[in-house]
Design a protein around this ligand. Sequence first.
Ligand code: AQP
Length: 328
Amino acid sequence: MSRIFSGVQPTSIPTLGNYLGAMRNFAALQEGNECIYCIVDEHAITVPQDPAEIQKNIHNLAALYLAIGIDPKRSILFIQSEVPCHAQLGWIMQCTSTMGELERMTQFKDKSKGKQAIPAGLLTYPPLMAADILLYQTELVPVGADQKQHMELTRDLAERFNKKYGEVFTLPEPYIPPVGARIMSLAEPTKKMSKSDSNRKATIFTLDSEKDIIKKIKAATTDTEASIRYDRESKPGVSNLLDIFSLCTGRSIDELTTAYEGKGYGAFKADVAEAVVATLKPIQERYQQLIGSPELDQILDEGAEKAYEIAKKTLKAAEKALGIGRAN
Ligand code: AQP
């Protein structure tokens, strides 16, 4: 049995990338493990958010977590800002990090590129993420490949703190799936699929209608070769669709390329779209039953209480090790 922690930002409706790369594993990992899942709203405000919009996204994400199979009887589901220990340990982790290592983070470089005034929170996002994970003495963190560098930093910070002040934190391991860890944009398949992509055609959202899914996949960028084979370098669009198809059906890439030999992109895309619709439909149906339910608030209240009980112990131990407050 392992302690699992992961989070999703309520920056929009989660994408097919968020689902296939991370959230799908959240549900599977509940079997035999102790899981804690978080709506990381403090991470979301590292870039400006509309208050009404983020409020809506928090509720939508809570319902979606349950719709993908997170069982609140087995797992803890809560909102990051409702457990103040995250911001508190986040500060301690900021004081454990150096500017140099934070400036080297690829996500910081990407998200700050071209910005006149860079929010300081974009730079200090990784120490807050480290705090999220370390507060729960987490052993395994299911994430997509884009979080690998932040996971390495989390381990470095935990190790640095432990060496200097004594063993407070468990060193977590990332759990990055072998396939699906990086679902690419449908419009620019050399770039990852993202919630905040301004081109809405680039991204499939988990709550997209059947019509929109079909339309977006039909318009997905491929190439002029007209052959369905897997090659991330020279055929990123087709390879991305093959990954999506394989993950949605459980059929291997080899099986799919054999089955579609000699067939055109039109027929292939139609079948990929059908597989995506079939994967998302049951989630969307459960989501519709849950979204207005008063049970949702109760689950989040209980989740925050349970999370706080665990988190406060680690925070206290870190403060005690540092000698701050009257912790001794
Ligand atoms: N394209 C992707 N393929 C596979 N996994 C992905 N993840 C994100 N994009 C892909 C994984 O989803 C989890 C939740 O992501 P997040 O909400 O914490 O933020 P993110 O990684 O920054 O995802 P987005 O969609 O790109 O959001 P925005 O646009 O708001 O920044 C993580 O485990 C992530 O690895």
